[in-house]
Ligand binder design. Structure first.
Ligand SMILES: [Mn+2]
Length: 290
């Protein structure tokens, strides 16, 4: 009799605790995941396959991620066959995500600057003491695709020009390039994004060239000082880990692109490289950063 009573009390206590469980509350309030994708470089088909594999897109290329968040870290164009097709796919996904209560967001990479700079300035010479420079020359040397220029509409230009270059997502500082050069436009995220956007809305070729030059630098978080450099950036802009594309992981660690299976955490975990080198035969990584 007394043993049965204790059992009943035990069950009652367990049930009350389960109702108050913080785990149950967390699942109900925040069921979504956040993903990041690096440098696509014109490989629309491979991107779509990868998005389908994780359930973020359906067979037709429509958003299937519900309330999930997906961030692209730039470099949609150049080197591969269909950069504008990639941009169009991303914009379709963004509209679908917005309707579903999710989000698809985009940072500009240095190749978007090259695409837009080529479109705006072409062969116009950049005033410089260091020999002849133009967006046309750099575009040709860095995998520029003529059909991307031909397919680029005013709507694409306006959309790209409105994208940020850095973002703080949770505890992650997202940026395309592994560089501290972003600090040249300001010491907070809003100032940096506003600074770049002001340039991209101007006809100042020297300042445009400076955007391209800064965003083409790399490897700031490598080597013995790498963690300190990442710390400086994180303490200035926020977050506990820099997440970047731009520098192919295989090149960073000295293996073949086909051997890459996941992102590359380095600088004592302060940096995460996610560019697996799709354009040199690596996989299209879609990285969950929850
Ligand atoms: Mn890049």
């Amino acid at each position: 009799m007394s043993r049965r009573g204790m059992n009943r009390r035990g069950r009652a206590i367990t049930a009350r605790r389960r109702r108050r469980s913080p785990i149950v509350v967390a699942v109900e309030q925040d069921p979504r995941s956040t993903y990041v994708v690096g440098d696509i470089h014109g490989h629309r088909a491979e991107l779509l396959d990868a998005l389908r594999a994780v359930g973020l897109a359906d067979e037709d290329g429509a958003w299937a991620g519900g309330t999930d968040h997906l961030w692209f870290l730039g470099d949609f164009v150049d080197r591969g066959p269909d950069g504008i097709g990639v941009i169009d796919l991303v914009r379709t996904l963004a509209a679908g995500a917005e309707a579903a209560g999710g989000r698809v967001e985009t940072l500009l990479g240095n190749h978007e600057i090259l695409l837009l700079g080529m479109h705006r300035f072409g062969e116009e010479e950049v005033p410089s003491d260091y020999g002849q420079r133009s967006f046309a020359r750099s575009w040709a040397m860095n995998g520029g695709i003529a059909t991307d220029q031909e397919s680029l509409t005013d709507a694409h230009v306006e959309w790209l020009t409105s994208r940020p270059v850095v973002a703080l997502v949770g505890d992650h500082l997202l940026m395309h390039s592994d560089t501290t050069e972003y600090l040249g436009w300001g010491t907070d995220i809003d100032a940096i994004n506003a600074g770049v956007q002001t340039v991209l809305r101007s006809d100042d070729l020297v300042e445009w060239w400076e955007v391209w030059r800064r965003m083409t630098t790399r490897y700031a978080f490598r080597g013995p000082e790498g963690e300190q450099v990442a710390d400086l950036l994180l303490s200035t802009l926020g977050g506990s880990q820099v997440v970047h594309g731009h520098s192919v992981i295989a090149d960073q660690i000295g293996v073949l692109p086909t051997q890459i299976e996941g992102p590359h955490s380095y600088a004592n975990g302060k940096a995460l490289g996610i560019d697996a080198g799709l354009f040199v035969g690596g996989p299209c990584l879609i990285v969950n950063i929850d």
